[in-house]
Design a protein around this ligand. Sequence first.
Ligand code: HEC
Length: 260
Amino acid sequence: MDSWGYLRQIGQRRNVHPARRRQSRPHSGLRHWAGISNSGAHLEQPGTRAVPSLRYLHGAPKFSETTRFADGDVGPGGGFTWDGRAGTLKDQARIPLLASNEMANRSPAEVVAKLGKSAYAPEFREAFGTDIFEHPERAFEVALSALDAFQQIPKEFYPFNSKYDAFLRGEIELSEQEERGVALFKDPAKGNCASCHGVLSRAGQPPVFTDYDFLNVGVPRNPRIAANADPAYLIWDCVARHGAISRRAVSTAASSAHRP
Ligand code: HEC
């Protein structure tokens, strides 16, 4: 097996390791690699956001404050996680491993020490050298690469197996009602959903229904997330991270894209 194959296999095993099964629940395939749950060293700490799905991220562009979107607007877009703070799948994988309210490892070396004692440590040694665990920095990078490789398995992460995908492939017909729905979704004078949730294939890839934009679309706060009890939470988090809330995001919120 080539090293990419090894990385995928190890990434997959890592994700379903029984000792961590409860922690990895938000990222289980059953929940489309998304969800809300408690984590931390004692599985008692709530997360501060609903975990975004890891699916269909294979085409995400790099985060930029000045992404130019198809409609000509310029604003924050791209990257991974809800605010684009991770530039690559590897950077994204690093966050939950080290966050105190997620997997609660205090350092990359602690992650590597656990890997060294895991059931798949022999596979790691076989693929990356018998002394891999004596080089924690390199071993941690390999672990992140394993998750990166795992998250690029099409069947798990971008299966394109929806009814709409089958329709685009010409495998099925839509019912009249479904055709009306698609027309509403696309019509700029009606739903206008497609202006943000692009429905066209790009560069041979079926659509992923996002332009990787960050917008406040006026979705109510989720009361199951404890951090939301503080009314200042999201706003200040966003300002701290990006310096300002983009004018576009505010004006879009005001125009209420998700008007009922
Ligand atoms: C101005 C851009 C914009 C328009 C127009 C728009 N959306 Fe969205 N939509 C978003 C953004 C941004 C999100 C992510 C919001 C979040 O969860 O914080 C979203 C989220 C969603 C989600 C949840 C997706 C998920 O993965 O959880 C659905 C479903 C959805 N939109 C459907 C629609 C429909 C149906 C329409 C048309 C009636 C529409 N949207 C119009 C920007 C838009």
